[in-house]
Design a protein around this ligand. Sequence first.
Ligand code: FES
Length: 102
Amino acid sequence: MKRVEIGKLEDFREGAIHGIDVDERKLIVVNLEGELHALDGICTHEYAELGRGFLTGDTVRCPLHFSQFDVETGEAITTPAEEPLEKFRVEVEGESVYLLLD
Ligand code: FES
């Protein structure tokens, strides 16, 4: 398990999708009511960066064909995407935010 610092709490404000690059992977971080969720940043349908997508409540919408994903589970809620987004564990220590990678 690898632990990578991805920023400070203040970097991940609510109401936005934060695209980050970690180990050459594109991920997204979403702050839902103070809880940070980190997910794969590439849609499971085709290649589209979810960091350029849209956040509505607790779902992220792909900017290409508009599939929606549940931020808390990664599940694809609407087609054409069917596979879930991978989720990653986030740890907050003081003001620092860490991501846990396998
Ligand atoms: S690339 Fe995301 S729904 Fe098609």
